[in-house]
Ligand binder design. Structure first.
Ligand code: AMP
Length: 288
């Protein structure tokens, strides 16, 4: 397994593989790897000749006052896990190589070019975290241009991010296949996340309420309920029982556009939820 920090070296290696006819897969991550990440890597390993895993805590997708500085960075542990999974290259650039001196100049009049995520980047997570989806769209564009994969793997855990990236790749003609991968959960249902380690034992117990609320909506749908208001009320009934959890949004949305739905008759739907559990912000979603 190789460790590369330099974008040019990464691209040259990938171009060489491509010229040999090898299929290249990319799994972008921010490190602090868990079974959710490993499931993406295994999917890539099974379908591609070469697997690149990027580890980059991207400053432009964190807002002011968010956890960029304190985000967990256990590089040695990550690297050992990736070796076990048969990853070919870890691409771990520095903020300076990715963004240069003007790294965090996000102002519209600044020197850097950013990729806007459009309307899909303004709602839900975009509204709760202004600039977040722009940071995501920008860094994913950079990583795809650097690693030049045929396929890139993303988790449904970050459902809105997945939809933004699918649209980015389609709208800007990247010619790369985006492979969505199902959410991996702890035995008690909590979606795995690098941020779960920040939860106190009481918060960790309370955090399962996100998935329990989503399941309540999904079960109701399964029983034939088609009123969105009733599904949303069922979610609220569950999360209202948990005083440690402060829900920011819980909604039933169109699975592609993420527009709020009035009725389930309008095509595929998804229930989405975001909450603060103490200082930690968690998100989750479920197919309806
Ligand atoms: P992150 O390191 O949090 O930026 O995540 C890197 C990739 O792993 C993203 O595509 C995430 O959606 C995906 N991911 C994170 N947690 C999970 C999970 N529990 N199950 C499946 N994929 C996940």
């Amino acid at each position: 397994m190789k460790l590369l920090e330099n974008p040019e070296a990464m691209r040259n290696l990938s171009e060489n593989w491509r010229s040999e006819g090898l299929v290249v897969g990319l799994v972008p991550t921010m490190g602090a790897l868990h079974e959710g990440h490993l499931s993406l890597i295994r999917r890539a390993r099974a379908a591609c000749d070469r697997v690149v895993v990027s580890i980059f805590v991207n400053p432009t997708q964190f807002g002011r006052g968010e956890d960029f500085e304190t985000y967990s960075r256990p590089f040695e542990r990550d690297s050992a896990l990736l070796r076990e999974e048969g990853c070919d290259v870890i691409f771990a650039p520095t903020v300076e190589t990715m963004y240069g001196g003007s790294s965090l100049d996000l102002s519209p009049s600044g020197e850097r070019v950013y990729v806007e995520a459009g309307g899909l980047g303004e709602i839900w997570e975009g509204e709760a975290r202004p600039g977040h989806m722009r940071g995501v769209a920008t860094v994913v564009t950079m990583l795809l241009n650097i690693a030049r994969p045929h396929r890139a793997y993303f988790g449904e855990k970050d459902y809105q991010q997945l939809k933004v990236i699918e649209r980015l790749v389609r709208n800007l003609f990247f010619g790369i296949e985006i492979v969505p991968c199902p959410t991996v959960r702890e035995p008690d249902g909590l979606a795995m996340s690098s941020r779960n380690v920040n939860l106190s034992p009481e918060e960790r117990r309370a955090a399962t309420v996100l998935q329990r609320a989503l399941s309540a909506a999904a079960n109701l749908k399964q029983q034939g309920e088609s009123s969105v208001a009733d599904l949303v009320a069922a979610m609220r009934e569950v999360y209202d029982t948990e005083p440690l959890v402060s829900v920011q949004y819980a909604a039933v949305v169109n699975a592609d556009t993420l527009a709020p739905l009035n009725s389930l008759e309008g095509g595929p739907a998804r229930a989405i939820i975001a909450a603060r559990v103490g200082e930690t912000r968690l998100i989750d979603n479920i197919k309806l």
